[in-house]
Design a protein around this ligand. Structure first.
Ligand code: GAR
Length: 200
């Protein structure tokens, strides 16, 4: 059984979908802990499932490196097989990424490498594109620049605002994330191999 830690900042709707999937007896992964950089609304989903939570408030640390060291220490307590960034709206320091990559993945509401960063949905709307998408990637030391594990297009519809478009992207993200976690757990997807071939 693959053990998973999920890190969030917000509502955690994608976390919720992963928790629901992992509650199915045949799903080959379990969420063992949920962490956040703030008092995240999404903690409620973990609590509903009786899953432990931890918070490492970014604002209470003198630097990103010190914050990341504490986040890493919390992860070390749980020693998950995989870390999922599911709406964690912070860049991780290089030390932490180096310690976990390629066993650390991120969901992103755009068709990477298009529209990386904190405002993937807003940026796609501003660029007036006909379609954007959702991606799941391995985290590396760039901004949403790691190897792509899964992605799918989502059309931009007339009248879309940021909220409407994001709400249409999220179900696609959830499906991709659950599928990636399942494939990592079954061994169908080898993160180390994907990462190594991306570095060739
Ligand atoms: C998701 O769309 C996730 O991809 C995005 O935040 C949302 C979190 O939603 N992450 C990023 O934009 C990271 N660059 P949720 O809290 O409802 O799951």
């Amino acid at each position: 059984m693959l053990t998973v830690a999920v890190l969030i900042s917000g509502t955690g709707s994608n976390l919720r979908a992963l928790l629901d999937a992992a509650a199915e007896p045949e799903f080959p992964a379990r969420v063992v802990v949920v962490g956040a950089d703030r008092e995240a609304e999404g903690f409620a989903h973990a609590e509903e499932y009786g899953i432990p939570t931890f918070m490492v408030p970014f604002a209470q640390f003198a630097s990103r490196e010190e914050w990341g060291a504490e986040l890493g220490a919390q992860l070390d307590v749980w020693r998950p097989d995989l870390v999922v960034l599911s709406g964690l709206m912070r860049l991780l320091p290089a030390d932490l990424v180096d310690a976990w990559s390629p066993r650390i993945i991120n969901t992103h509401p755009a068709y990477l490498p298009e529209f990386p960063g904190a405002h993937g949905v807003r940026d796609a709307l501003a660029a007036d594109v006909a379609q954007t998408g959702a991606s799941v990637i391995i985290v590396d030391n760039g901004v949403d620049s790691g190897p792509i594990l899964a992605q799918e297009r989502v059309p931009v519809l007339p009248g879309d605002d940021e909220h409407a478009l994001h709400e249409r992207i999220k179900p696609v993200e959830r499906r991709l994330l659950i599928d990636v976690v399942r494939r990592v757990a079954t061994g169908d997807l080898d993160l180390a191999a994907v990462s190594a071939s991306a570095q060739l």
